[in-house]
Design a binder for this molecule. Structure first.
Ligand SMILES: Nc1nc2c(ncn2[C@@H]2O[C@H](COP(=O)(O)OP(=O)(O)OP(=O)(O)O)[C@@H](O)[C@H]2O)c(=O)[nH]1
Ligand SMILES: [Mg+2]
Ligand SMILES: [Zn+2]
Length: 334
């Protein structure tokens, strides 16, 4: 097994250096189960748990290993081992833990969803799932993660005018590429494949039922992942994929299929919006006040653009909503 095939790089080599010796192995978590992980190492695949020490010394949930992480493993037998340390991440996605936000005394809690991802395919279905505001939320999440993004508008066969959707998404996506896709048709793989680089880790994110696993199977060239029909009444998926998992693609990329996300509360800083709402950031440079909140100040270039119709009112409302969410999060973290 060659670790480079799974994304090992000079960064992790340096991180591992202090742990070398005593038969310790660097390994990447490729699958998370309830009470154990599967990792890939130079000695092949192992089933591992993490040591009580990690559990105790971890400052909180974000310091515990997740799928995509590189870890230090102490092998116990040919098939088993213990994770004794987590190597510093190159990137990670976090959300504010669902169900923890309401009520005055509840603290916000960071949940790291996946680590060491280079590119996120934000998948949206062109059926009932299609929602510009949700795509904005995903774009903001990815801009705080350190990964790049491509928006994949899947199920073009279910929409009368996919091109119109493409144009709409392009107006909110800034520099992020947007693709139309039909996952059932393997001949459509080409435009997507140009973004998948060997040795890079690519994660599929999106609601349940948008076709993430169908896309994964297409890229793998075989039906490895179970696919589930969406509900006829509301078009929603049934959470068919329940585990995050890494797969090697024939072109040398590493693909992470993910369970559909139910709720996506942001974890980050309001500065993360400068990328996902770049045109508002540009307009803001012409506001009279440097700390303009773009709500009621005189000489606000953002408000003026909204009044003139050059900035979409829904887009501005979405900006305020996400900014409010990030500001509230940062107040609760102090
Ligand atoms: N019409 C159409 N159906 C598609 C397309 N891609 C996927 N589907 C169908 O959409 C349904 C859901 O697909 P999945 O790949 O299981 O979706 P998922 O995003 O992995 O869902 P979860 O695992 O629940 O998060 C399945 O019935 C697929 O066959 C497409 O391009 N067009
Ligand atoms: Mg799936
Ligand atoms: Zn302003």
């Amino acid at each position: 097994m060659v670790l480079e095939d799974w994304g090992w790089s000079a960064h992790f080599e340096r991180e591992f250096a202090p742990w070398k010796g005593n038969q310790r192995l660097p390994a990447r978590i490729i699958r998370g189960e309830k009470n154990y992980y599967r990792v890939i190492s130079a000695a092949g695949e192992l089933t591992v748990r993490f040591s009580g020490k990690i559990r105790h010394t971890a400052g909180g949930r974000p310091d515990l290993p997740v799928v995509g992480d590189w870890v230090v493993v102490e092998p116990q037998s040919l098939q088993r081992g213990t994770i004794i340390a987590l190597l510093a991440r190159k990137s990670s996605f976090s959300r504010n833990l669902p169900g923890q936000r309401k009520g005055k005394d509840q603290r916000s809690e960071e949940q790291v969803i996946a680590a060491n991802v280079d590119l996120v395919l934000i998948v949206s279905g062109l059926d009932q799932d299609f929602n510009l505001r949700r795509i904005e939320r995903y774009l903001t999440l990815v801009s705080s993660s350190g990964a790049d993004a491509v928006v994949v508008l899947n199920k073009t066969d279910l929409h009368p005018d996919p091109q119109a959707c493409l144009s709409e998404v392009e107006t909110i996506a800034g520099m992020t590429p947007v693709l139309l896709y039909m996952a059932h048709d393997a001949t459509q793989l080409k435009p997507l494949q140009q973004y998948l680089l060997p040795g890079e880790t690519i994660a599929l994110l999106g609601s349940s039922g948008v076709g993430k696993s169908t896309i994964a199977n297409g890229l793998l060239g075989q039906d490895r992942q179970k696919v589930g029909a969406v509900s006829r009444s509301d078009g929603k998926g049934r959470h068919t994929t329940s585990h995050r998992e890494l797969f090697l693609l024939p072109n040398g990329s590493i693909l992470m299929d993910n369970p559909g996300m139910r709720e996506l509360h942001l974890w980050g800083e309001s500065a993360d919006l400068t990328e996902s709402f770049a045109e508002i950031d540009t307009l803001a440079q012409h506001c009279r006040f440097r700390d303009c909140s773009h709500t009621c100040e005189p000489g606000c270039a953002v408000q003026q653009a909204a009044a003139a119709g050059t900035l979409d009112g829904d887009r501005l409302a979405s900006y305020h909503k996400l900014k409010g969410e990030l500001n509230a999060l940062n107040r609760s973290r102090k």
